[in-house]
Write a protein that binds this ligand. Sequence first.
Ligand SMILES: [Zn+2]
Length: 270
Amino acid sequence: MKAVQLPILSCFALLLAVALALPAPAHAKEYPTSTVRKVVIDPGHGGTNLGALGITGVYEKDINLAVALQLRSLLVKKSGVEVLLTREDDRDLPLTQRIGLANSSGADLFISIHCNASFNNEAQGAETYVLSPEAALEESERVARKQIQREGRLASCDDEGTAAVVKDLWQSSAHLRSYDLAGLMQSLLVKRCNMKDRGVKELAIVVLRGAEMPAVVVELGFLSHPKEGRMLADEQYQKDLASALYWSILEHDHRLNESGARSGVAQGRR
Ligand SMILES: [Zn+2]
């Protein structure tokens, strides 16, 4: 019997050794996310809507798209995040359609990518916008007054009054998390890309109106600035910008998990 068992064991040991020596499966990601599983990225402008004109002759719409494609690649390849782009080529679409895609797809984040420009060619740096609470409240009121058709998750509400309350709750909880994400983006753009920090700002910005998830508009620098305008047209710099946005999303996801774990512990203690 021993003479039969020994080859079987040797074969098993060989298989085990081979399995351990094999690389991780192709679907295993380097930095998997836990909470942020679906992201809508919105490259600003497109088509005949050119955006700002850079000092090198490059249009904002093209830089926005290039950075968005780089960011998508990082999120998909390194973290296995599902990414939807509002546009993948040179076309324009209405602002309401951009945020509408995020709401209807149940996205965890909405990120609208833009570049700045100014008549003052000394203006430079990154700034990030979140929707002001007043503008968010106006959206809830529009739902209550039936000025907005109940779609997506609001469609299952019994009436407009209930839908307005639900909308308000989503927007309120998203507001704080939008601030967190915007703060992280500012911090990493400043550190990694050596940009001037112009801060996080609140605005009644149209493309963020009605967002039912954390949503930001990030301005990646000034196309009108002599140095920054040239850098924005550089492919490697665009990759650096996308990388800064990617790591801010990962840190945001990490913080969400940490706060979720803490609230879970707190609930367990009750
Ligand atoms: Zn823009």
